[in-house]
Design a protein around this ligand. Structure first.
Ligand code: HPA
Length: 246
């Protein structure tokens, strides 16, 4: 059984080094995930891959069926999820290309199906979310970075915004005052849904650009794409070093 899943984000719609064995269409009570699950082996280890935005990168952050994605992984027996996500950087030292393993989250998203616990016949259920990411998986990602000789930042708060537009400079200033270090559009409700299902979950964030008002006068989408292309090579290297440890 495949216990490890990798959810790919922008810039990582395929895992080149994955030796694909089969694709699996999974239906869930919450609808369809972003695409069929791709099963394969990476560094000799069974891995399942799911591109969050679909294989053609067509599903925007606010339209992703996060519940179906996590539920599909749970249904096939996955226990651990490494989520790769492109982010903007609010901190001057986290330049484009940086790898960040965040340890906290602030959620600014709205109107997303964000829980499996919707009442009905089941009792009201709350989960502890003090530490939103799995300490064990984070430690392995950090070790993988060290083994691969990749610099990474291990203390960062991920601010999850609604998108699909990027933020205003004032919104980024507010997020900085709140304590956010990086900003992305897909970190929530993904992390919380993983926690509700009891999946170990950690994020490998890749800085694609300086956030609004922090770098160039305006943010160039071409530049984001260029930076991501470069940075995802590092993510692939990291995955090759971390997967044998998991
Ligand atoms: N803001 C939100 N999400 C992002 C950004 C950003 O600047 N860059 C990549 N994903």
């Amino acid at each position: 059984m495949t216990e490890l899943a990798i959810i790919g984000g922008s810039g990582l719609t395929s895992l080149r080094c994955l030796e694909v064995t089969r694709r699996e269409v999974v239906y869930t009570p919450y609808g369809e995930p972003s695409g069929p699950l791709t099963h394969g082996t990476l560094c000799g280890k069974a891995v399942v891959f799911l591109p969050r935005h679909g294989y053609g990168h067509t599903i925007p952050p606010h339209m992703i069926n996060y519940r179906a994605n996590l539920q599909a992984l749970k249904q096939i027996g996955v226990k651990k999820v490494v989520a790769v996500a492109a982010v903007g950087s609010i901190r001057a030292d986290l330049v484009p290309g940086s790898i960040v393993i965040p340890d906290q989250i602030i959620d600014y998203t709205w109107a997303r199906a964000h829980t499996f616990f919707e009442g009905g016949d089941t009792p009201v259920t709350h989960i502890d979310f003090t530490h939103p990411y799995s300490a064990e998986l984070r430690a392995l990602l950090l070790k993988g970075c060290a083994n691969a000789g990749l610099a990474c930042s291990s203390q960062a708060t991920y601010g999850a915004t609604q998108g699909p537009r990027l933020e205003t400079a004032a919104e980024i200033n507010r997020m900085e005052r709140d304590g956010c270090d990086i900003v992305g559009m897909t970190g929530m409700p993904e992390a919380a849904l993983a926690a509700e299902l009891g999946l170990a979950y950690a994020t490998c964030a890749v800085v694609a650009n300086m956030a609004a008002g922090r770098g160039a006068e305006t943010i160039s989408m071409v530049e984001i794409e260029y930076n991501l292309k470069q940075a995802m090579e590092n993510v692939r290297t990291l995955l090759e070093h971390v997967i044998p440890l998991i």
